[in-house]
Design a binder for this molecule. Structure first.
Ligand code: LIP
Length: 287
């Protein structure tokens, strides 16, 4: 996979320096969440539905990330899951998910992460260029990072996507939304996908799922409904590890659909997802 050209960066700023900062941000917030996790986590509030929770540590983690960015990169913009957008003048935006996999965090199911990325251009998956990113798995400390044109690593060791022999022998990660109607649609799509693959894994964090794809622990990944902060860092880790990260019907990856994996298998999976209307767009013979 050829990395896109490195966009113009502010004077004196390098991809490596931004990557290092993303790693320091994610691991600092990760330590705060790990040390601050109460025996019994409670829901502080709900967002898009009664099953879309936020906890005090989601907010504390994002507050720390914002403070550190304001101190180190005061001219950069911020787009975070839990707080207001902060405008900037540098052309760079930090895209923050303070705890990705909040439901797992709530239940103590060990797949939750801090996801930090920095993008150039509009902070929208359809047109941004992700310059660097880090996903830090809080429960076990695994840390994936990548820089544009620099490749991807897990705990400092280079990673590459796997090479599954076929779609039928591929282990596929996916996820479901917080809206019951959306979950019903996603269940229908699953009936079309499951008979055509090895098996499904629903691990609960898109950021970690994309990184598991990057290091070959998953062969493919797809999900409808991701927010920019769920996927920004995981997407550059996956692409720098050799994956394609895309949408359907020629669209870029984004909220409608995100599919990721080795190019040839992504094409096969995308065909099934398009025929099933998995991105909400109607397909011939699909209502
Ligand atoms: C989660 C995603 C996951 C998806 C969940 C949720 P959150 O993000 O990482 O892939 O299936 O529904 O959106 O809400 O924990 O930041």
């Amino acid at each position: 996979m050829i990395s896109p050209a490195t966009p113009e960066l502010p004077d004196g700023v390098t991809v490596t320096a931004l990557r290092d900062l993303a790693v320091r941000l994610a691991t600092a917030a990760g330590a705060l969440v790990r040390e601050g996790r109460p025996e019994r986590v409670v829901v502080a509030a709900t967002k898009s539905s009664e099953v879309d929770p936020v906890t005090v540590m989601d907010r504390a983690s994002e507050d720390l990330l914002r403070e550190m960015i304001a101190a180190e990169r005061p001219d950069d913009a911020i787009l975070g899951e839990e707080g207001d957008d902060v405008p900037g003048t540098s052309g760079l935006t930090w895209v923050l998910d303070p705890i990705d996999g909040t439901v797992n965090y709530l239940y103590g199911v060990a797949s939750w992460a801090v996801s930090v990325a920095v993008v150039a251009g509009p902070p929208d998956p359809a047109s941004w260029t992700v310059v660097a990113g880090c996903v830090h798995s809080i429960a076990d400390g695994r840390t994936w990072s990548a820089g544009l044109g620099e490749g991807a690593t897990r705990d400092g060791v280079p990673v590459r996507v796997g090479a599954p022999a076929s779609l039928g022998t591929s282990l596929v990660g996916t996820g479901f939304g917080y809206d019951a109607g959306r979950r019903a649609e996603q269940a229908q799509v699953l009936t079309q996908v499951l008979p055509r693959i090895r098996d499904i894994r629903r691990l609960g964090s898109a950021a970690i799922d994309l990184c598991l794809l990057a290091d070959g622990s998953l062969d493919l990944y797809y999900e409808r409904g991701l927010n920019p902060w769920d996927m920004a860092a995981g997407a550059i880790v996956a692409t720098e590890a050799g994956a394609v990260v895309t949408g359907l019907r020629g669209a870029p990856a984004g909220n409608a659909m995100t599919v990721a994996g080795p190019p040839d298998l992504v094409a096969q999976l995308a065909e099934i997802l398009e025929a099933a209307g998995a991105d909400g767009a109607s397909s011939p013979g699909h209502g």
